[in-house]
Design a protein around this ligand. Structure first.
Ligand code: SF4
Length: 348
């Protein structure tokens, strides 16, 4: 339901202090409120028991707390959990908990839909409705952390910005969310456990490098041949691979953090020796590793996972050239939670 009250979590600590002092309250109350909002995950002002009743009522008159809620939770046979998360305005995004033996990873969304047009991705079929706020991103993480504790008896260990949307096109809110997730006043997670996964927007990668956030960077590459990449990801014709590489070299110079290339091998699209050689040469230009991701066909089946021999050829060539290569099995296929499958089907 839409509300006209301002979302209190859009205020910085300083904004909140200014608001409180302008109404005759002591400024230290702002820190207490902030802690309720960002650390204790309060859903209403009534819960803020170290504030006077009068202050809680005053806050409630002026502000709202626009928490998200899980509209539908689905559990896969392999333990993966997909949440259809309803936002305060009725929009829905999806986030996924991926459990493995050693880790629990949250795959979170950064936009409602996506403005980019990767032809293999189910999300690209949803129009981009709006960007998520930092609070809505943090809420997805908090929910998955709770699910991890409930179902797997351990806290969330990793976060990937690989759900719906292009995180670097919602830059400010994603940065704010990462700061809340990593700060002691927030969830206090290590930034090294957070991966920002982008489709590859050079100037935003450089901007991210300048932040000194200590997060990891993954790039959905899928082809190191310009003409093929432009077919798979049409928007990338605006960002030539030379510009992308320059931004990645800048990233490495500034952060000393190796880039991960996410790469799907499709039958008849990028499964030849020329494709493998192009990737190998591209990888050699910046410290990097490759994740070969298993593909999940989306309904019309235009894209098909390549034969295992093509994938073996990739692994053999890359490893022979000293490039660390991992095959990532997709998880949660039976509930459409796997990579490239997030399309709000659960809420249709
Ligand atoms: S792969 Fe990522 S960037 Fe491309 S359309 Fe899907 S959500 Fe958007």
């Amino acid at each position: 339901m839409t509300t006209t009250k301002k979302d209190i979590r859009k205020l910085s600590l300083e904004d909140l202090e200014n608001h409180l002092t302008s109404t005759g309250e002591k400024s230290f109350r702002a820190k207490q409120i902030y802690e309720w909002l960002w650390k204790k995950n309060a859903h209403n002002f009534e819960d803020m028991t170290n504030l006077s009743k009068k202050l809680r009522e005053e806050l409630d008159n002026v502000f709202s707390i626009q928490n998200v809620r899980v509209d539908l939770m689905q559990k896969s046979n392999d333990g993966t959990i997909k949440n259809a998360v309803e936002l305060h305005d009725g929009n829905v995004v999806e986030s996924v908990l991926i459990p493995t033996e050693k880790r629990t990873t949250a795959c979170v969304s950064s936009q409602v839909g996506c403005s980019l047009d990767c032809t293999f991705c189910a999300t690209s079929r949803l129009k981009r409705m709006r960007n998520l706020t930092a609070a809505e991103i943090v809420d997805q993480v908090v929910i998955i952390d709770e699910e991890s504790r409930n179902y797997f008896e351990r806290p969330l260990s990793n976060i990937v910005f690989m759900g719906m949307g292009e995180p670097l096109l919602n830059y400010n809110e994603v940065m704010l969310a990462i700061r809340k997730i990593t700060s002691p006043e927030g969830l206090n997670m290590s930034p090294r456990r957070i991966t920002v996964s982008t489709s590859g927007i050079p100037k935003m990668i450089e901007k991210l490098a300048d932040e000194d956030l200590k997060v990891k960077l993954a790039v959905s590459l899928h082809s190191a041949r310009e003409e093929i990449r432009n077919t798979i990801m049409p928007f990338s014709s605006k960002f030539p691979l030379t510009d992308l590489m320059e931004s990645l070299q800048y990233w490495y110079t500034k952060t000393k953090s190796r880039v991960t290339f996410e790469y799907i091998v499709w039958k008849g699209i990028n499964d030849t020796k020329a494709d493998i050689d192009a990737l190998m040469k591209f990888c050699k230009r910046v410290p990097s590793k490759v994740n070969l991701i298993e593909y999940n066909s989306i309904d019309d089946g235009e894209y098909q996972q390549a034969d295992s021999s093509a994938i073996d050829n990739y692994i053999e060539t890359l490893e022979r050239n000293g490039i660390v290569t991992k095959v990532r099995r997709s998880r949660g296929k039976d509930i459409d939670a796997a990579c490239g499958q997030l399309a709000n089907k659960s809420s249709e």
